[in-house]
Ligand binder design. Structure first.
Ligand code: OAD
Length: 251
């Protein structure tokens, strides 16, 4: 349970901040009904390891299998809604001078909740590109059992970063530049296990940023947190925004 004192300390840090970066991970979408990346896989996907499916090799070994796994996730995302944590971050963006939301999530829920100052550093399962040349694709209907072909002849894949692939350089550089200039970095719902995203709070800390972490559990980031708000983001973030602005955020 988050103490009123810790909420006030976090709100005071944000109130005095000009440059704020927020880094989110799968935990912020958990209360929308989307399993986190390291939650156990369920149903028919239980026997598959995401770290084998989410790779270029996995895709080329069995394009229909990887395509169906992402289609299952794309449909899941289409059927769920942003939760109060997403809406609180969209509200926070409006009351901070310089704000950037850096998300590792590929589910598009931050944008649906109204966040605009946003970089999706691991891409988005709502977008597709061609495997060989990265050609952008028109929206693809649900229900295909195997990947369609690009006009260039290449197979089409989700526009997400797979294990072993580099992040989109422009988005990563925006995130690092913002972290270097940040007064406060809020880290929400990430285990902090995957690089280079997990370095973002450390880059800011090294330059004097104060770190606020929101998570029901301790993580690789907790060691550098100035304020640790223990709890689910859907419960904690609306309270943090209310403490900061005095107003309730949408939910
Ligand atoms: P993880 O599954 O590694 O971590 C999820 C985090 O969310 C954990 O720290 C949980 O304690 C926390 N959590 C669970 N429920 C929560 C809640 N209700 N509110 C807040 N936090 C909650 O997911 P990520 O850290 O996002 O990369 O994983 C990072 C990256 O690993 C993913 O983007 C993916 C994977 O490799 C790529 O696909 C490139």
């Amino acid at each position: 349970m988050v103490s009123a004192e810790d909420l006030k300390r976090a709100a005071d840090l944000l109130r005095n901040a000009k440059n704020v970066v927020v880094l989110t991970g799968a935990g912020v979408s958990k209360e929308s009904g989307i399993p986190t990346f390291r939650d156990a896989q369920t149903g028919i996907w239980e026997k598959y390891n995401p770290e084998e499916l989410a790779t270029p090799e996995g895709f080329m070994n069995d394009p229909p299998l990887v395509w169906k796994w992402y289609e299952w996730r794309r449909k899941l995302v289409k059927d769920v809604e942003p939760n109060p944590g997403h809406y609180a971050l969209a509200a926070l963006e409006k009351v901070v001078a310089n704000f950037l939301l850096v998300t590792q999530n590929v589910d598009g829920l931050h944008r649906r909740a109204g966040s605009a100052r946003l970089v999706e550093i691991h891409g988005s399962i709502l977008r597709h590109k061609c495997f060989e040349r990265g050609h952008a694709q028109e929206p693809i209907e649900f229900g295909l059992e195997e990947p369609p072909r690009c006009h260039c002849g290449s197979l089409v894949r989700p526009d997400v970063v797979w294990f072993g692939e580099s992040l989109p350089p422009a988005d990563l550089n925006s995130a690092i530049d913002a972290a270097e200039a940040a007064d406060v970095i809020v880290v929400i719902g990430t285990s902090g296990l995957v690089q280079p995203a997990a370095s973002i709070p450390f880059i800011g800390k090294r330059r004097g940023a104060r770190i606020i972490e929101v998570n029901p559990n301790a993580t690789e980031i907790t060691v550098i947190a100035d304020v640790f708000l223990e709890g689910a983001s859907g419960a904690v973030l609306p309270k943090l925004v209310e403490e900061l602005t005095g107003a309730e955020s949408a939910s």
